[in-house]
Design a protein around this ligand. Structure first.
Ligand code: NAD
Length: 475
């Protein structure tokens, strides 16, 4: 039995991360105690608070965990789910630390969770719970632009982030940087354009980059490029829906989509926006006219495909189904969708796994851009858009004079355009995901590391060590 396993021989979620960490530690020469410090969760805040729901008083269980203070503020989403527990939130906080280091986002990792099922609670009561949770965080100094900055995660979105901001502002009135206390807000409340789709778009950029590496594609018997690749996506929420849309637009074929209630399948491809409309109108993806229903949603993961994207929850690929997975590439859009046992089985089968700590980092990357925007109090592109357009116009005039040729109005429109906020955010995200991929891949090659996950952990841990060393904590 490995030291990361519990008495029953299985792994807790936190043990899974420790196991991945230990695999990476073999490639790092530093004192063991220092590695233990990086692994440990710095602060765990478990709370219970009362909320009046109807005529009853309900006691709500909730958490905020700050995994690492090597950089501040801490950063991490808040999830609403009946599965929320301390082990899960600690693990997700740890993943945030490693994720931020990989994509050069200067935050420590944190995570929060409230044990509720938002699907069965009215929005009025979700608001009450969210506001009370925020005030509990304020009381214990667990939230603030320079302390700890939440964001959306499973079961939460812009609406909840708006309530968090409003509660923070009302209890900290006059704080000129209050907007930066939370990210993932609506644009009208200080959010940044491009945050909502950022995680899904980051997943798309990461997988696209892999699909352009000839050596990697040939190793699993696939052609180079995304066009025509058959993809299955589990979870049609924020991350899954946007990832599916970007893959669909790029010419990949979405052959199956899986949700809680079941999955749908069409070998020729599903139109993602039509499926989403069907889901909105019917409350279920099932019975979509252009697809076959699969009643047991888990079975969708086992269908023949090139790329499998789990974008719902953790531990969905485990030792009991790993052998039946036929995908050649798995992109971890969700956090921790593959258990360590399944990871080993899939590794042996030669499946390329693009790990969560890199692949779903698009959300925190754009959250970082939102935080910077809030601290600078100015929209991206506001200062330079017109200036760039004027310079481009002058440049164009010179080209037309020198070449003695008029450029068409359509071409002019394209060339003259100055950058808007969405252009800058997306280019920053694309650059981050491309760089991250190649840094991990180069390290994997140079140290002969067995897989991308371990290489990603090595890259991340080395950056955290560097940061601690520069702080002067490590001798
Ligand atoms: P979400 O709540 O918007 O969507 C999750 C979707 O998964 C929902 O549509 C839900 O119905 C579906 N689902 C739940 N159980 C399922 C099951 N058994 N089978 C199939 N579908 C199921 O959440 P999200 O924000 O999209 O997050 C999804 C995952 O991505 C989580 O693991 C989260 O931690 C991770 N993540 C999210 C972000 C972000 O920016 N939102 C960033 C990084 C990582």
């Amino acid at each position: 039995m490995s030291k990361n396993q519990n008495k029953t021989g299985s792994y807790s979620f936190f043990n899974c991360i420790e196991k991945n960490f230990d695999k990476a530690a073999r490639f790092i020469s530093i004192k063991k105690g220092l590695l233990e410090q990086i692994k440990a969760c710095n602060s765990v805040y478990r709370m219970h608070f009362p909320v009046k729901i109807g005529k009853e008083i309900k006691v709500i269980e909730a958490y905020r965990v700050q995994h690492s203070h090597h950089k501040l503020p801490c950063k991490g989403g808040i999830r609403y789910s009946m599965k929320v527990n301390q082990d899960e939130i600690m693990t997700l906080a740890a993943l945030m630390t490693y994720k931020c280091a990989i994509v050069d986002v200067p935050f420590g990792g944190s995570k929060g969770g409230i044990k509720i099922d938002p699907q069965t609670i009215s929005s009025e009561n979700i608001e009450k719970i969210t506001r009370r949770y925020t005030s509990e965080l304020i009381k214990k100094n667990f939230i603030g632009p320079g302390i700890d900055v939440p964001a959306p995660d499973y079961g939460t979105g812009e609406r909840e982030m708006s309530w968090i901001f409003d509660t923070f502002l009302s209890l900290r009135s006059g704080d000129v940087d209050a907007l930066a206390c939370v990210t993932g807000k609506p644009v009208s409340q200080g959010g940044v354009r491009g945050r909502k789709e950022a995680t899904g778009l980051g997943v798309f950029y990461g997988i696209r980059e892999l699909c352009h590496v000839k050596e990697d594609m040939y190793s699993v018997g696939l052609d180079v490029g995304l066009v025509g690749k058959k993809i299955i996506i589990q979870g049609l929420g924020n991350v899954g829906y946007h990832a599916a849309s970007f893959f669909h637009e790029s010419g990949a074929i979405i052959i199956a989509l899986a949700e809680r209630e079941g999955a749908i399948y069409n070998e020729k491809g599903l139109n993602v926006s039509k499926v989403f409309l069907h889901l909105k109108n019917n409350g279920s993806i099932l019975n979509f006219p252009e697809a076959k229903n699969i009643e047991n949603t888990e079975k969708a993961l086992e269908l023949e495909c090139d790329i499998l994207i789990p974008a719902a929850l953790e531990n969905v690929i485990h030792k009991n189904n790993a052998n039946r997975i036929k995908a050649k590439i798995i992109g971890e859009a969700a956090n921790g969708p593959i258990t360590p046992e399944a990871d080993e089985i899939l590794d042996k089968k030669g499946v390329i796994i693009v790990p969560d700590i890199y692949l779903n980092a698009g959300g925190v990357t754009v959250s970082y851009f939102e935080w910077l925007k809030n601290l600078s109090h100015v929209r991206y592109g506001r200062m330079e858009k017109k200036f760039r357009e004027n310079v481009n116009a002058e440049f164009l005039k010179v080209i037309e004079t020198v070449c003695k040729k008029k450029i068409s109005i359509e071409e002019k429109k394209m060339i003259l355009r100055g950058p808007r906020e969405i252009d800058l955010v997306r280019s920053g995200l694309e650059d981050t995901m491309i760089n991250g991929f190649h840094k991990i891949r180069d390290l994997k090659k140079s140290l002969k590391i067995e897989n991308i996950r371990t290489a990603a952990f090595v890259l991340s841990i080395n950056k955290i060590i560097d940061s601690y060393e520069k702080l002067g904590i490590f001798p």
